[in-house]
Design a protein around this ligand. Structure first.
Ligand SMILES: [Zn+2]
Length: 233
């Protein structure tokens, strides 16, 4: 294949590689982005902890209630079993029972209020775990989809690289050096084409003499304006 056509092919391969590599980078970044899943995990853990805290508090209140009930029973037994005879002492026990019952009532109210909060916390926990399951499902689906995309892109990049290598092997070292130098200096575009009398790289009209040079398949001509390799066919 003539050198100039190979240079044009090389540019095509590099364009394709740039696009595939950008797509691959995007797919990999998308795969690594697990923000939604992490947020759902954190929300579920927080909801679990909220319930656990309330459950611990409920157990503590239950223990306190049991202790108070036992003390009330003990004191009332002393009140009625005839073991205490002194009126002043009996009066003291009655006051103690009254005080214990009042305290017991307060603790029971506290527990009722806590049970309401626990019910809300359990509903929130259920919602958070449902949300987590949804995110886990979405993450699995995403991993599967992006895994397929990444494998396909890697395959296409490998095939394009093979084609590019074969193309480069046909070109002389000075031409490759010229091509690479232009690519570095001209935003990745070393080879342009003549379309309707203008250069596709800079869109400037090309004079007839340069158009004629651009038709030579063996000697690369340059666009007089942007100085890229201009292919006229
Ligand atoms: Zn140009």
């Amino acid at each position: 294949m003539p050198q100039v056509a190979d240079l044009a092919s090389l540019q095509d391969y590099d364009d394709i590689l740039a696009r595939l590599t950008a797509d691959l980078d995007e797919a990999r970044a998308d795969l690594e982005d697990d923000e939604a899943l992490r947020a759902a995990q954190e929300a579920a853990a927080e909801a679990d902890e909220g319930c656990a805290t309330l459950e611990r508090e409920q157990r503590r209140l239950e223990g306190e209630i049991d202790g108070l009930v036992a003390r009330v029973e003990r004191e009332e037994k002393r009140l009625y079993d005839g073991s205490v005879k002194l009126p002043k002492e009996l009066e003291g026990i009655q006051l103690e029972v009254k005080s214990l019952r009042s305290h017991l009532s307060d603790v029971e109210d506290t527990e009722l209020a806590l049970l309401d909060r626990l019910e809300e916390a359990e509903a929130a926990r259920e919602e958070a775990h449902a949300g987590l399951e949804r995110e886990q499902g979405a993450a699995r689906e995403k991993a599967e989809r992006l895994g397929g995309t990444i494998a396909r892109l890697e395959g296409e990049i490998a095939a394009t690289n093979d084609g590019r290598d074969t193309c480069r092997e046909r070109l002389t070292a000075p031409l490759i050096a010229q091509y690479e130098d232009l690519r570095r200096r001209k935003g990745g575009v070393a080879v342009t084409h003549l379309r309707a009398g203008a250069c596709t790289g800079c869109r400037v009209s090309v004079p007839p003499s340069a158009r004629k040079r651009a038709l030579d398949p063996e000697a690369p001509a340059l666009c007089p304006n942007c100085e890229r390799i201009l292919v006229g066919y």
